[in-house]
Design a protein around this ligand. Sequence first.
Ligand SMILES: Cc1cc2nc3c(=O)[nH]c(=O)nc-3n(C[C@H](O)[C@H](O)[C@H](O)COP(=O)(O)O)c2cc1C
Length: 364
Amino acid sequence: MEVTPDLLTPYKMGKFDLAHRVVLAPLTRCRSYENMAQPHNTLYYEQRAAPGVFLIAEASAVSETATGYPHVPGLWSQEQVEAWKPVVDAVHAKGALFFCQLWHTGRKKSHTADFGAPPKLETEEIPQMVMDFRVAARNAIKAGFDGVEIHAANGFLVNQFWWFMDIGRVNSSQPLHLDHFTKDNQLNVNDGSSLDNRCSRLATDVIAAVVDEVGAHRVGVRLSPFARYTDCSEADAEAHALHLVHFMDKLGVLYCHMVEQGKCVNGNTGKLAIPHRLSPFRKVFKGTFIVNGGYDRQEGEKVVRDGYADLVSYGRLFLANPDLPERFRKKVDLNKYDRSTFYTSDPVVGYTDYPFLSQEAQVA
Ligand SMILES: Cc1cc2nc3c(=O)[nH]c(=O)nc-3n(C[C@H](O)[C@H](O)[C@H](O)COP(=O)(O)O)c2cc1C
């Protein structure tokens, strides 16, 4: 007899056995000084680890030029691999599954004004960028991670290409050599390829390289088709994402992790609601489908029960509740997150000092 899946029922993702469907979303916390994982990072992840929980580590830079934010961890050197090892070991010791998100910040601006804008992306840097992802994926496995997630969401990597095209058309004094452009630096609309083919080239190159390096069974990809970080139209961005999801499906990528469009007001109830626009992607992708963005326990339960998603990842709620799955199971109140400490670099405050349910009971 088939049992209706629930947020808190087990799930098999490829060869990995998960105890439930509640996933830690990748969260940059800017507490890895000099781009090295630190002992307090171990405590933070260990707090959120438990048997069969799937944790996705914060975005780790794939190269020295990829760190658009201060104090983010990296995975381009052997030293960084060694720094990650105790973190990964501690998570595994508690029986959790641990993937690492890999990113290149491209030319997206930093959170902090004094960190400066990253340099312009040049055409000839693209093969190097693809190689950086490949090496970082290899390093993640060396550090003991179970797999990697390619960060192609929120304006990073994939969406960069739209900027790239724009620079190519309007600003660049250098001729671009990619086959997407004509010699006079115009977007080559007559090159016979579809729009989404041209635009997703960087992302498909990165995904293919990482899959080749560590195997599709250890690779997930994160996309946010509705994020408006660039000037491409919504319809183009959706078509582009759909093209990528087809590509990922063909390669047998383990999971597709998608961010919902921001909440909007429901016309009937007047309440904020998740628009649930990810079904077309879910239909195309045969692997594990993870959704994210504004979910709480009830919303998560609903989408898993309806088959809209296999897993639901939680960012801010998991950040503030190290024992989130347990709290969901017991249907108890949650700690509130403190936005002001999201990206500060204190090793404790707003990081490892959110109380567990058991600690609250002791205080009460
Ligand atoms: C402090 C913070 C850091 C984040 N860092 C990342 C990141 O490194 N990579 C990523 O893909 N998304 C990142 N995000 C986005 C989250 O993964 C998630 O998409 C977002 O918080 C919405 O989910 P939620 O409503 O469950 O919090 C970050 C969000 C926050 C609040």
